[in-house]
Design a protein around this ligand. Structure first.
Ligand SMILES: Cc1ncc(COP(=O)(O)O)c(C=O)c1O
Length: 362
């Protein structure tokens, strides 16, 4: 079947309206006449509000740099930390965007494959074995994009017990989906752990959990000297995030839990719909993701065995696309034969996409 209208389950951005309080704060700034230019590292009020968010972790505002989204935050940190020949250890599956970011910052990706049947557990022994003198960063996404897996306290305790043995190693945690969790406990932030060696780096943003899609606001948290280096990088390569956007982010920070709760309520029905729909497809396995608005089902039973895993994965995605459903090829996340499907879209479109999927796999 050739579908003239493709329903995309591939976008990483949801269909959420921006929070009213954030829009109102930005609008008031725009109507106030000439706009001030922000300091390069961000408005003090926003950095303070973010520091308060991490109060338990005793993060100070000087450790925070506001950036034009999470990608620039990641890039600034990678650029600041990586030396020629340095490697970034990337547990996979992981967000496809990391590969190019690391490459553009001059690093080399070293995948650390985790497996679905083991619930993507990051074993300390496997981590220790993967660390070499070249390893400069362990890069995590928590919650993980694309698997939706949340790495909890006990598991991270064990991981950080390993990384603490390597004083030259940084741990970079991308926590952009932190509020989109259907678990009973909050997702832990790396900042909650003591960091005597100054190894812990965190990035986050407003385009997922806080519904400021397209507003271009993110931030990094790092030891003060590194934060200053990233601000200097931003000064010479870009500009401060515009003040109305930062004020919108400030309003979203102040109302973070309420905004996230509303998103979770909006997403709950679609989540059930997608997971039930996938469970009813023959030979498709899909563990229930605790967080994010993605499912990451295993379609390996449908791969053409005469092709390489990557080519077979691309062929499967092309088959789904031809049937009118766009998905992210798991191969781009380090997991050929899997696909990332978003359910942050209209229920009608999701229902139609599921019907098309069923037909395409027949
Ligand atoms: C894990 C992860 N980090 C960073 C980003 C980029 O976020 P931003 O829109 O804030 O640049 C994305 C977007 O899909 C993502 O999934």
């Amino acid at each position: 079947m050739g579908a003239d209208h493709i329903i995309s389950l591939a976008s990483g951005y949801g269909n959420f309206a921006p929070p009213a309080a954030a829009v109102a704060r930005a609008a008031a700034a725009l109507q106030g006449g000439q706009l001030p230019v922000s300091a390069i590292e961000g408005l003090p009020a926003l950095r303070e509000a973010l520091a308060v968010r991490y109060l338990a972790a005793a993060v100070s505002a000087e450790q925070i740099v506001v950036t034009a989204g999470t990608k620039p935050a990641l890039f600034a940190l990678l650029k600041a930390v990586l030396r020629p020949g340095d490697e970034v250890l990337l547990p996979t599956p992981n967000w496809f965007g990391f590969w190019k970011l690391i490459e553009q910052a001059g690093g080399i990706v070293r995948p650390l494959p985790l497996v679905a049947t083991d619930n993507y557990t990051l074993h300390p022994t496997a981590l220790e074995a993967a660390i070499t003198p070249r390893t400069r960063i362990l890069l995590l996404s928590n919650p993980n994009n694309p698997t939706g897996r949340v790495y909890r306290r006990a598991e991270l305790d064990a991981v950080l017990a390993v990384t603490r043995q390597h004083s030259d190693l940084f741990v970079l945690s991308d926590e952009i989906y932190n509020f989109i969790t259907f678990g009973t406990e909050p997702v832990p932030s790396l900042l909650e752990w003591a960091d005597p060696l100054g190894q812990h780096l965190v990035v986050n943003g407003f385009s997922k959990s806080l519904a400021l899609i397209g507003w271009g606001v993110g931030y990094l948290v790092a030891p003060p000297a590194l934060a200053r280096a990233c601000a200097a990088w931003q000064f010479s390569t870009a500009a401060a995030v515009p003040v109305p956007n930062q004020l919108a982010a400030l309003a979203a920070t102040e109302a973070a839990q309420a905004i996230a709760d509303e998103l979770l309520a909006q997403l709950a029905h679609n989540r059930d719909l997608l997971l039930d729909g996938l469970a009813s497809l023959p030979r498709v396995h899909c563990p229930c993701p605790e967080a994010t608005y993605y499912a990451f089902p295993d379609f390996t039973a449908y791969l053409d065995p005469s092709l390489s895993p990557e080519a077979a994965s691309a062929a499967l995605v092309a088959r789904l696309q031809a049937a009118g459903v766009g998905v992210v090829d798991g191969a781009t996340c380090g997991a050929p034969g899997f696909a990332r499907l978003s359910y942050a879209l209209s229920t009608n479109d999701l229902q139609e996409a599921l019907q098309r999927l069923r037909k395409a796999l027949q």
